[in-house]
Design a protein around this ligand. Sequence first.
Ligand code: PRX
Length: 633
Amino acid sequence: MKYADFYQRSIVTPEQFWQDESALITWDTPCMQVLDYSHPPFARWFVGGRTNLCHNAVDRWCATQGDKAALIAISTETNTERTYSFNELQAEVERCAAVMLALGVGRGDRVLIYMPMIAEAAFAMLACARIGAIHSVVFGGFAANSLASRIDDARPVLIVSADAGSRNGKAIPYKHLLDEAIALSSARPAKVLLVDRGLAAMELVAGRDEDYASLRAAHLDARVPVTWLESNEPSYILYTSGTTGKPKGVQRDVGGYAVALASSMKYNFCGKAGETFFATSDIGWVVGHSYIVYGPLIAGMATIMYEGVPVCPDPGIWWSIVEKYKVTRMFSAPTAIRVLRKHPPEFMRKYDLSSLRALYLAGEPLDETTSEWIAGELGVPIIDNYWQTETGWPILSIAKGVEDLPTRFGSPGVAMYGYQVKLLNESTGEECGANEKGVVVIEGPLPPGCMQTVYGDDRRFVDTYWSTFSGRQVYSTFDWGVRDADGYYFILGRTDDVINVAGHRLGTREIEESISSHANVSEVAVVGVEDKLKGQVAVAFVIVRHGEQIAAEAGRAALEREILGVVDHQLGAVARPARVYFVPQLPKTRSGKLLRRSIQAVCEGRNPGDLTAIEDPASLQQIQHVLQDCVSK
Ligand code: PRX
């Protein structure tokens, strides 16, 4: 089939198109209306239909391939490896669901999951889906303050966590962070369920903390039927960074998400039931939700959950997994591939990778060197795909399952079915022509699977995403892009203050707020600066309150360490800036707005752009001097 025709159908007759796609999943009750767009920009898909994500991911497959692998949990941190068949996964999910019910979790209640990459994390997500509870997974690399702000917003009745994660063989205790986060937050959960991996000591809070192993043992034979949910009931909340310091809770539905994932598994990832999918992300990010847990399982594939780094015990580890489990489709991020490229290719060449059909990369721009190297090594198509936490599945890519269109270097591809992608001129709001730079937007309604709203804050959903252009309600991705004459898009970076470090999306405002809490910090600006390995790194420019401390280099180094320690403690090492520079003033407009883009340009050796509004041009020169001083030392 021609992709152009397939795409056109999805845009011209979306209801017919998605009605057909909805047959890819199982419904308890078919929908009465495919799309309700009577209150734009809120789109309601498959209205009246009743389904369940856990049923589609697990139970449905038990009947036909119950003994086949469903979840393969591999940890090179604890040297453990275990395969759960669909039947075994179903039993574990039912036990976990029974435990949750016993702890008082009900339909519509929030359950916050703060877990390392262990099988129990997937059980907990699927158990929530099974009983209609709304999960909110928080990335295990986040620390107390990040966690506290998410607890405050989601107000969970239960938190599921573990004693520790592990990185490079070192245990990273979670429990004290969790206790601190709960103490900081104003919405205390009634119960905390803890998986004890035996990695770190835990002090249990009487009456609140529960041991998972004991409760699981008490519910070994539990049968918990799925709760059929109306398609538009929320399935989960996933927090993501934006322009403000307060993370946004991206809320997703049930039916639309299941259908979108099933379609993308068919047309984008071309996965077949019985095969193995390996996404190297983390369940704390959207890729982990869509393509570690739900997508592959909904397609009847085995999915791999990997705890560990890509280079331990050696840089061949991922490829050994591909060989051992005959992975057919693999999903990773450009940074991970750049890390692997630094090691001799022999680590990869010694494995039989003939099962692999394609490698999918997303989350950050894919550079030519990385793309060509990995394509040459693997001899399979490398498929870039561009999307966001908000959309849940690819906006731009090449849907090889529809038509084998060629990929084009530097471009994630063309608009995916269901997405009416446009480029608008930032100032005029007019549509851009070929090769003209504009803001990447999507004309409503957003297709199934995309965010329904900002959790608990419809206003914020409209104001944040749909109000960029006056007089025109379109969804803004906050990315710059261009499109060539053939409809291939090229992404040119964010229009807002979000940065992308090693494929991890971070808000500079959150990092600034954390740094500001240090007693000797008067003002701070954080910008994302280009980095060969990680794509971008965060760099902080700080004005101190008391200058004496930084008069000598030793004082500057000590203060930098302290500031980085604050970020580690509050947000987690993932948000730690690569450098902290001390400056006498920060470039601002006369109205007091920080000129982050000009600072960023100076850091990257580019022209800082239009400076007519700058209050004091010397401020940028001072930044230049500080950077030069550091380079020359
Ligand atoms: O700036 C774009 C960049 O990552 C942002 C979304 O990040 P996140 O919400 O974490 O979702 C990641 C889902 C894969 C986008 O606004 N981005 C994502 N994919 C690409 C990309 N930039 C360039 N090329 C990509 N393939």
